[in-house]
Design a protein around this ligand. Sequence first.
Ligand code: PCA
Length: 326
Amino acid sequence: MQRRIFSLAATAAVFALTAGLAQAQTKWDLAAAYPATNFHSENMVQFANDIDKATGGKLKITVHSNASLFKAPEIKRAVQGGQAQAGEIIFANFQNEWQIYGADGLPFLADSYDESAKLYKAQKPLIEKKLAEQGMSLLYSVPWPPQGIYTKKPLSSAADLKGVKWRAYSPATSRIAELVGAQPVTVQAAELSQALATGVVESTMTSGATGVDSKLFEHLKYYYDMQAWLPKNAVLVNKKAFDALDKATQDAVLKAAADAEVRGVAASKRVNTDTLEKLKANGVQVLAPSAQLKADMKKVGDTMIKEWLEKAGPEGKTLLDAFNKS
Ligand code: PCA
């Protein structure tokens, strides 16, 4: 009898301890779309670790990379609905929902790291307001390296892209294909290697980073370094999940986010240089576009910016004015 009472007491003590821990610890899922070795994903893991450390383990965030929790286009809705407390999106994927999200996916509107930072500054207040209406907040945003064209065959002008099966990742990258007479097929990064291997696509416009992540060099031997735009990823949080944290934990999240943004931009720049070198080492010809190809793509960009402005209306004009003034 004595022993039984003792063991009951011990069980109760264990229960009390676990309950205490469960109360003190919050667990979040962060749905991400790119491979674990991608610089955005690595940065996100560090972001989660920083929060873990700063809160003494009170907030544990698990990063689910490579679209393992939700497919890229589903992540935004998952965060909005609270199926994931946090998630990483690429704004350009959501241009059809709201044109402002697509501004950094337009060719040659903001085509360098400096211009990208200026565009972000102009976009940010609008995006923060929209996300708040959607029950979310922006934690941080980091640009991909500049986008160029991968092909199987050399390109002297955009006419060489006619009829080519072109992998798109966003409405804007589909529109480019239409304007040059290529055949757009939307394939998110997590499925890109397979789409190339099975011949579903034979060209794409993306960064050196994704070229290395998805081993594009196994199929595509030319990379035209167009430096056409720098689309941004963003880490979003469900507002209710954030509001449920105590003030000190909220502050830790915001501090880690600010650090991740600065660190991410620096990583993007580094990765831009490194991955172009890796493409070369893997037999890709990394080339500057011919004057004709450049002029052709610039024309495509001009058309798309005009179309964008028509759809974006006064809000788009406000954004462009703010960007042009900066
Ligand atoms: N890589 C991502 C988006 C932009 C980029 O550089 C992709 O190709 O899906």
